[in-house]
Structure formats: C-alpha cells, structure tokens
Design a protein around this ligand. Structure first.
Ligand SMILES: Cc1ncc(COP(=O)(O)O)c(C=O)c1O
Length: 402
C-alpha cells in the first residue's frame, strides 16, 4: 500500500491518524467502545443521549421529507432556520444578529469549527485552546498546519490561571478557541475568564471562536455567551448546534453567528466542505429553537439530576468526583482507589465492572497527560435506570479492579 505522508494530521495525544502503511489509526475512543461492546458494558464513554428529542419536532422532520424537502438547502441554511437562530440569540441573550448576513447553518457544530479554523488560521499561526480540549480542535488546527498552544485547566475547578492565559496568547496568536460550557471537564468559565479572553483578543489582534454547544445544559449557573460582554461580539464567531440542546446529535444541524465579515469567511469555507445539508432537519430545528423556556429549563434540571445520581454512585464506588456546572460530562479521580493511571482503569472497567469511561488524558498533549493521569470522563446523558444499573455494577469497585 502507498504510504500517505500526513505528518500534520495528529490526534490530541500525538498519534498519527494515518499509520506508516496508510492504515487509519485506532483512537482510545474506538478501543474503549470496542471493549464496551465485547463485554456488554454500559458505555458512559461516549456522549450521546439514549433518549430521543421531542416527538413533535421529529414529526416535523418526517413531514418535511414526505412533502419534498429533499434537495440541496441554500448554502447558508434555510431562511426559517436562520431567522430562528437570530430570534433565539435575541430572546436568550439580547444579541441582535441579522439572519441573512450574520448567521450561517452548518453540518453540526463540527463543520462550523472546521470552517472557522480553516478560514482564519494559516500555516504557522498560533491557535490557543484550554487543555483538556475537545478533540476536533486539535485535528482542525493540525489540518490548518497551525501551531496549537494550550492553557491548562486543573482539577478540581478546571478554571484557567489568568496570568498563564495571558502569557500564552501573543502577537502570533490568530485564534483563541473557547468552549463554554466545557467538554470534557464540565466547567463553566467565570466572567473574569471571558473578560480576559476579550482583552487579550483586542491586545493581540486575534479572533475568538466560542463553541457553545452546551449553552442550555448548565446546572444552577447561567450561560453567558462571550459575545454578550463588552468588546466580545466584534471579534467572536459563536457556534452552537441542535445536537445537545434537543438531543438530536445525529441530525448534525449546527450554526455560527457573528459579525458579517467573519460569518462570510466561515460560509465561504463551508461551501467547499459540505456546501449544505439536511433541509428537512433544518426545518424541524427552526421549530425546536422556538420551544418555550420551560423546555430548556426542564431539560437542564433533569440532566442535572442525572449528573447528581452518577456523581453519588461514583463517590460510593470510591472515586473523587468533580461535579460539573454544565455539559453532560463529569470527571472522576481514580487515585482514591489506589490507581495512578486512568488509561489502565478505563481498559479494565468494561470487563471488571461492565461500565466504560474515557481517560481524560486523551484530550491532552503530552504534558497535560501527566496532569490528568488519574482522571476519567463519564457521560451522564443516559436514562436514570441505565445510570442506576451502572452504579450497581460499580458497587465494590476496588475489589473488582484486579
Ligand atoms: C464541545 C463540542 N463541540 C462540538 C461538538 C460537535 O457538535 P456537532 O455534533 O453538532 O457537530 C461536540 C460534540 O460532542 C462537543 O462536545
């Protein structure tokens, strides 16, 4: 087989995604998923809900397909969805975005992230993220052949040190990618962090990509979009998606909002990625965005309860748990169980306890791996009975991990 030279295409943990014989690399996600299937484990590694989004919204997608919404959607997204995104930003955050020029619909938040990074980061430019970081940032920064600089988030609070943040952002920085609420840690960043990012973006003339896919999944704290703060909007591409807010992760309907010149650039790149996708899903999501406040608050409250249930169970099993302020992930430390290596524990868990989780170190560069070595990420976007069963299986865990 021909060797494919792609030295820049690396995963978060430095493994080349394409091996010397051109074979695709196996990530730890795949390995743990494989073990979970092999041992019929409850998979709390992957973050997808096991319940469906609202039925009447699903029916709208079915009707749209039946009535002929099956050809290419406009490149920027169907007008009804762009209008709904604009209304949503105004109602929830008081942000006025023009539906025609300041919004673009994408194939999931993933495509919005890809298009934004490719639009603005050139070869050799620096792009800053917090670490641990959502894996697609690392991959996209690599594909842009840009330089990935990280600012550590340390347990248990996972808030950045502001001086450290200031020392990493410099005149070579082109983009700061913020993810708030934060996957994988479940942190929601303080206003002081957001303000410092804005200040640094102005000082060093760089842009902010703010990935807010978990905007509606916060527990006891309000989500503050960075674009809402003084000086934020003009430098920020805000990204969200229907996947997390409405439990339609497979629909892959996402969007970006921001100043016209930034959104035009994102749309320009996006047209050569997917061009457009899912007109029927877009039509349904336009209606989902108009759901009343109670839908969002009810969903977050329910999710928060499920997070609490899993956190209690993991504590009873002997781990230290860092309770999340947002997202559907929580971090647990296996050190109290006598283990220093969460990768080892993650590999043992499916067979020994019938539960699967992901080591936090997979979301880190090499240095960060040492800092997060004993931490595991668990997803709690699962039915209470599934979480209950997982907790039962984790009972007496220390005796099982041999
Ligand atoms: C932080 C973050 N950003 C983006 C995405 C991807 O969103 P989508 O499925 O809409 O592409 C995810 C999905 O897990 C995520 O956790």
């Amino acid at each position: 087989m021909t060797t494919v030279e792609t030295p820049w295409l690396r995963t978060a943990h430095g493994a080349n995604l394409i091996g010397p014989d051109g074979e695709l690399g196996r990530t730890i996600f795949e390995e743990i998923t494989g073990l979970a299937i092999e041992h019929e484990a409850i998979n709390l590694g992957q973050g997808f809900p096991d319940t469906e989004g609202p039925e009447h919204i699903r029916d709208l997608a079915i009707q749209a397909i039946a009535s002929g919404d099956n050809q290419y959607a406009p490149g920027g997204g169907i007008p009804a969805l762009r209008q709904a995104i604009s209304t949503h930003q105004s109602l929830f955050y008081g942000l006025q975005v023009d539906p025609d020029t300041q919004t673009v619909v994408t194939t999931g938040a993933t495509e919005a992230i890809a298009a934004a990074v490719l639009a603005f980061a050139n070869s050799g430019d620096e792009v800053v993220t917090f670490e641990p970081y959502y894996d697609s940032y690392g991959a996209m920064i690599s594909l842009a052949n840009a330089v990935h600089r990280v600012v550590p988030l340390n347990a248990p609070e996972f808030q950045p040190d502001l001086d450290q943040l200031s020392s990493v952002v410099n005149d070579n920085t082109k983009l700061i990618i913020l993810n708030n609420p934060h996957n994988p840690t479940g942190a929601v960043f303080g206003v002081d962090v957001l303000q410092r990012i804005i200040e640094l973006a102005h000082r060093h003339d760089c842009l902010i990509i703010s990935d807010e896919v978990y905007e509606h999944l916060t527990f006891g704290v309000s989500h503050i979009p960075i674009a809402q703060l003084p000086g934020g909007y003009e430098r920020t591409i805000t990204i969200s998606s229907a996947g997390k807010s409405f439990s339609f992760t497979g629909w892959k309907v996402g969007w970006a909002t921001g100043p016209e010149e930034l959104i035009t650039a994102v749309r320009t790149v996006k047209q050569f990625l997917s061009y457009s996708s899912g007109p029927a899903f877009q039509k349904a999501v336009a209606q989902a965005l108009a759901l009343p406040d109670e839908f969002y608050t009810g969903f977050a409250a329910d999710l928060g309860r499920r997070g609490g249930l899993l956190a209690d169970g993991l504590e009873q099993a002997g781990m230290d748990v860092m309770r999340p302020a947002g997202t559907y992930f929580l971090i647990a430390d296996v050190a109290p169980l006598g283990f220093t290596d969460a990768v080892q524990v993650a590999r043992m868990l499916p067979a020994s306890a019938g539960v699967a989780a992901i080591p936090l170190s997979v979301f880190c560069h090499e240095e960060g791996q040492a800092r997060t070595a004993s931490l595991l990420r668990f997803a709690f976007c699962k039915k209470p009975e599934v979480l209950g069963q997982a907790i039962e299986r984790l009972h007496g865990l220390s005796g099982k991990l041999v």
